[in-house]
Design a protein around this ligand. Sequence first.
Ligand code: HEC
Ligand code: HEC
Length: 521
Amino acid sequence: MCPGLSAYKHFRVMPLLAFAFQPCGARLACMLRWIFLFCLLPVPALAQSPVLQDHHLSYAPRSAAELASAESRTTPTVDFSGPEPGENVPAGGATTPRSQDDRVFSAPSANLSQDREVDFKLGRALFHRPWSPAQGLSTPSDGLGPLFNARSCVACHIRDGRGHPPHNGDATSFLLKIAKTGENTGPDPVYGHQLQDLSVQGHAPEFKLRVTYKEFPVTLADGQTIKLRQPKYHVDQLGFGPLDKKTVISPRIAPQMIGLGLLEAIPVEDIVANADPLDADHNGISGRPQVVFSQEFNAPMLGRFGHKAAAATIKSQSAAAFANDIGISTPLHPQGWGDCTAAQNECRAASHGNSAVDGGTEISTEGLRFVTHYARNLGVPARPDAGAASILLGKKVFYKSGCSACHHPKFVTHKLPDQPELSARLIWPYTDMLLHDMGEGLADDFPEGVATGREWRTPPLWGIGLTQQVSGHNQLLHDGRARSLLEAILWHSGEAETAKRKVVSMSSAQRRALIAFLNSL
Ligand code: HEC
Ligand code: HEC
């Protein structure tokens, strides 16, 4: 149907992607567009796209021998008789001890030099700092809000782990992103990029969040019944009038913070190599790279962070968090009013903490660098049990069930002369960093970047067995609806339907082994 596909190998992908995901009115126009794109955007063009680049890293090119070595070290194993080399240290030399306390996610990369550990501690201070409102006199640290979701980063990323869904009136570590869909997509004209449920004195908060759950049973092949809970989000007490009819909401729990610098250091080409947008291998699993326009580098880049991978870098994600979650300005979001829109003029006119001391913003370039360095270097704990027979059995079940098709076991990071602790490491994050259609049950109908309302980025599974220890709960998935690893798996559908069915129909011994393997990560 499309002759000469290979001629398009080096076609520039970004303008095509942008074109593909623009809203289109008439049905015929849409069809013609997709036929056109189907011919122009074959898998090789995506996989070998010369366009997406790691602008955020100063990496040294890999030699042919290094490339070959990385490829052989990351080929999925077929031997489950013993642990693989390096499997017990998922972050290589950066791996931290698997301590028994709730601070196990808070240690820096084990191989951080003393100087760089000082920067890590400066970043930690900013991550933990509870910001206060501007006093009008603008001392360098002031400038919370006027609207905000939390006063500090750590209030959501609790003990550097994940947050939790709203509970007993505490919705702090959870947020609702919002966007207008339809002809004119973008932030909500009145409420902005997300809803803030807190505000400084003299300003009304935007809303109050309530969640209710409806339970339904799922019966496994061995007769066991598991109850899943379907959340419903209620947006109450909207302070600035009803939401626009075309505005949709997306509930998000704060994710765990470990190993992020390593995920940021995976070569883009190694991630894109696993994409299979047209499911050419007919395994039911496609996987698409998120592509976002980076203001930081003025270029399209691979999206890596957030539940739909809408942020290309840790720095841009952190700056957006300062602006939208806390109402603190940085050089990437210089306005002192955070997420207040032009329609919220009192909020925009309120005093803020932008000050010359910090280069004109509430946090300086240096401050943002420290926080970014901190978020890059929260270490991944070791896996001392990786070689235990019961764990290896669970690992085999994991592979044979098709989990590893998305929860991709291992990568080798870029060679990074300026980040030696993260450089050229064999890492075991169990994510492909790609977007997958996870079915109707998990869908939020919220498009973001090129992600549709049914797509989510595969989350890394490293450290997932420590969730209870760090967070005191096991509430998983993008909105914390799952209350256990098994519930999280049973919510999988769409591209993961076959894998989920395997888990439903396997023996309870196999399922126990699978869960034990996940708990060992
Ligand atoms: C109100 C709660 C909240 C606060 C406060 C908050 N975050 Fe987050 N954080 C989130 C949520 C929710 C996400 C997922 C966002 C998404 O899906 O787009 C996230 C994602 C991230 C990620 C990407 C993690 C990943 O695995 O993809 C980083 C990095 C991050 N936050 C850093 C920070 C920093 C730095 C601060 C402080 C400036 C901060 N966050 C403050 C809720 C919060
Ligand atoms: C088609 C790709 C795909 C397959 C196959 C898949 N997953 Fe997932 N997995 C995802 C995505 C995407 C999410 C996030 C969904 C969400 O948050 O709504 C996820 C979430 C999870 C979570 C929760 C993670 C967290 O941090 O909250 C666990 C646990 C998990 N998967 C385990 C498994 C297991 C075990 C299998 C095999 C039986 C499997 N997955 C198969 C894509 C996949």
